[in-house]
Ligand binder design. Structure first.
Ligand code: FES
Length: 152
Protein backbone atom coordinates (compact mmCIF):
# COMPACT_ATOMS: atom_id res chain seq x y z
CA UNK A 1 0.00 0.00 0.00
CA UNK A 2 2.74 2.41 0.98
CA UNK A 3 4.54 1.58 -2.28
CA UNK A 4 1.38 2.29 -4.30
CA UNK A 5 0.95 5.64 -2.54
CA UNK A 6 4.61 6.41 -3.23
CA UNK A 7 4.27 5.48 -6.92
CA UNK A 8 1.21 7.71 -7.19
CA UNK A 9 2.99 10.58 -5.44
CA UNK A 10 5.89 10.28 -7.86
CA UNK A 11 3.49 10.22 -10.83
CA UNK A 12 1.70 13.33 -9.53
CA UNK A 13 4.97 15.15 -8.96
CA UNK A 14 6.03 14.34 -12.50
CA UNK A 15 2.82 15.95 -13.75
CA UNK A 16 1.39 12.70 -15.07
CA UNK A 17 -2.41 12.64 -15.05
CA UNK A 18 -3.78 10.26 -12.43
CA UNK A 19 -7.49 9.58 -12.94
CA UNK A 20 -9.82 9.55 -9.96
CA UNK A 21 -12.12 6.54 -10.02
CA UNK A 22 -15.22 6.07 -7.89
CA UNK A 23 -15.84 2.32 -7.53
CA UNK A 24 -19.25 1.14 -6.32
CA UNK A 25 -18.56 -2.37 -5.04
CA UNK A 26 -21.12 -4.95 -3.96
CA UNK A 27 -20.26 -5.88 -0.37
CA UNK A 28 -20.70 -9.64 -0.92
CA UNK A 29 -18.35 -10.08 -3.86
CA UNK A 30 -16.44 -7.19 -5.37
CA UNK A 31 -15.73 -5.41 -2.09
CA UNK A 32 -14.43 -8.67 -0.69
CA UNK A 33 -12.44 -9.14 -3.93
CA UNK A 34 -10.82 -5.74 -3.42
CA UNK A 35 -10.03 -6.69 0.18
CA UNK A 36 -8.45 -9.90 -1.09
CA UNK A 37 -6.32 -7.91 -3.54
CA UNK A 38 -5.17 -5.80 -0.60
CA UNK A 39 -4.42 -8.61 1.85
CA UNK A 40 -2.70 -10.53 -0.96
CA UNK A 41 -0.45 -7.47 -1.39
CA UNK A 42 -1.16 -7.27 -5.11
CA UNK A 43 0.35 -4.25 -6.79
CA UNK A 44 -2.23 -2.20 -8.67
CA UNK A 45 -2.99 1.50 -9.12
CA UNK A 46 -4.40 3.26 -6.07
CA UNK A 47 -6.68 5.49 -8.14
CA UNK A 48 -10.00 3.96 -7.06
CA UNK A 49 -12.04 5.15 -4.10
CA UNK A 50 -14.16 2.15 -3.12
CA UNK A 51 -17.74 2.68 -1.98
CA UNK A 52 -19.33 -0.47 -0.62
CA UNK A 53 -22.97 -0.96 -1.54
CA UNK A 54 -25.33 -3.81 -0.56
CA UNK A 55 -25.70 -5.01 -4.17
CA UNK A 56 -24.82 -3.74 -7.64
CA UNK A 57 -28.59 -3.51 -8.15
CA UNK A 58 -28.74 -0.83 -5.45
CA UNK A 59 -26.54 1.60 -7.43
CA UNK A 60 -28.86 4.30 -8.64
CA UNK A 61 -27.98 6.18 -11.85
CA UNK A 62 -28.09 9.29 -9.63
CA UNK A 63 -25.04 7.96 -7.72
CA UNK A 64 -23.14 7.59 -10.98
CA UNK A 65 -24.08 11.05 -12.26
CA UNK A 66 -23.28 12.51 -8.86
CA UNK A 67 -19.81 10.94 -8.90
CA UNK A 68 -19.10 12.46 -12.31
CA UNK A 69 -20.54 15.78 -11.17
CA UNK A 70 -18.22 15.82 -8.17
CA UNK A 71 -15.16 15.35 -10.33
CA UNK A 72 -14.67 11.63 -10.85
CA UNK A 73 -12.75 10.85 -14.03
CA UNK A 74 -14.22 7.36 -14.16
CA UNK A 75 -16.92 5.35 -12.42
CA UNK A 76 -16.94 1.61 -11.90
CA UNK A 77 -19.86 -0.53 -10.77
CA UNK A 78 -18.83 -4.04 -9.79
CA UNK A 79 -20.93 -6.86 -8.46
CA UNK A 80 -21.33 -10.60 -8.13
CA UNK A 81 -21.19 -12.72 -11.26
CA UNK A 82 -24.54 -13.17 -13.01
CA UNK A 83 -26.42 -15.90 -11.17
CA UNK A 84 -24.47 -15.33 -7.92
CA UNK A 85 -26.25 -12.21 -6.64
CA UNK A 86 -27.12 -12.59 -2.95
CA UNK A 87 -30.45 -10.94 -3.70
CA UNK A 88 -31.03 -13.28 -6.64
CA UNK A 89 -31.66 -10.78 -9.45
CA UNK A 90 -29.99 -7.54 -8.29
CA UNK A 91 -27.14 -7.76 -10.76
CA UNK A 92 -29.53 -8.55 -13.61
CA UNK A 93 -31.40 -5.34 -12.79
CA UNK A 94 -28.05 -3.54 -12.56
CA UNK A 95 -26.98 -4.83 -15.95
CA UNK A 96 -30.16 -3.57 -17.57
CA UNK A 97 -29.95 -0.24 -15.79
CA UNK A 98 -26.28 0.17 -16.69
CA UNK A 99 -27.12 -0.14 -20.36
CA UNK A 100 -29.47 2.83 -19.99
CA UNK A 101 -26.90 4.76 -17.94
CA UNK A 102 -24.35 4.28 -20.75
CA UNK A 103 -26.84 5.71 -23.24
CA UNK A 104 -27.56 8.63 -20.92
CA UNK A 105 -23.87 9.38 -20.37
CA UNK A 106 -23.27 9.30 -24.11
CA UNK A 107 -26.20 11.68 -24.60
CA UNK A 108 -24.82 14.22 -22.14
CA UNK A 109 -21.32 14.00 -23.60
CA UNK A 110 -19.45 11.72 -21.22
CA UNK A 111 -17.03 9.46 -23.09
CA UNK A 112 -18.21 5.82 -22.87
CA UNK A 113 -14.79 4.66 -21.62
CA UNK A 114 -15.26 6.68 -18.43
CA UNK A 115 -17.82 4.22 -17.16
CA UNK A 116 -17.56 0.49 -16.73
CA UNK A 117 -19.18 -2.49 -15.07
CA UNK A 118 -17.47 -5.66 -13.97
CA UNK A 119 -18.23 -8.93 -12.22
CA UNK A 120 -15.70 -9.76 -9.50
CA UNK A 121 -16.23 -12.46 -6.88
CA UNK A 122 -14.80 -12.52 -3.36
CA UNK A 123 -12.18 -15.01 -4.56
CA UNK A 124 -10.99 -12.85 -7.46
CA UNK A 125 -8.55 -10.39 -5.94
CA UNK A 126 -6.31 -10.70 -8.99
CA UNK A 127 -9.21 -9.92 -11.30
CA UNK A 128 -10.14 -6.85 -9.25
CA UNK A 129 -6.57 -5.57 -9.46
CA UNK A 130 -6.62 -6.14 -13.23
CA UNK A 131 -9.98 -4.36 -13.65
CA UNK A 132 -8.60 -1.28 -11.88
CA UNK A 133 -5.30 -1.39 -13.78
CA UNK A 134 -7.12 -1.67 -17.13
CA UNK A 135 -9.52 1.12 -16.22
CA UNK A 136 -6.69 3.46 -15.22
CA UNK A 137 -4.85 2.64 -18.46
CA UNK A 138 -7.98 3.43 -20.52
CA UNK A 139 -8.72 6.65 -18.60
CA UNK A 140 -5.26 8.20 -18.87
CA UNK A 141 -5.51 9.07 -22.59
CA UNK A 142 -8.90 10.73 -21.97
CA UNK A 143 -7.47 13.22 -19.48
CA UNK A 144 -9.40 14.85 -16.65
CA UNK A 145 -13.16 14.79 -16.91
CA UNK A 146 -14.04 17.86 -14.89
CA UNK A 147 -17.54 18.34 -13.59
CA UNK A 148 -20.67 17.83 -15.61
CA UNK A 149 -21.74 21.11 -17.09
CA UNK A 150 -18.31 22.67 -16.57
CA UNK A 151 -16.57 24.24 -19.55
CA UNK A 152 -13.96 21.99 -21.09
FE1 FES B 1 -23.62 -8.76 -5.25
FE2 FES B 1 -26.23 -8.43 -5.82
S1 FES B 1 -25.36 -9.08 -3.97
S2 FES B 1 -24.49 -8.02 -7.07
Amino acid sequence: MAEAVEVRKVAQESGEFEPKIVAFLCKWCSSAGSDLAGVSRLQYPSNAVPITVPCSGSVSPIYILSAFNKGADGVLVSGCHPGDCHYLKGNFFARRRIYLVQKLLQFIGVEPNRFRMSWVSAAEGTKYAQVIADFVKDLKPLGPHGKLGAKR
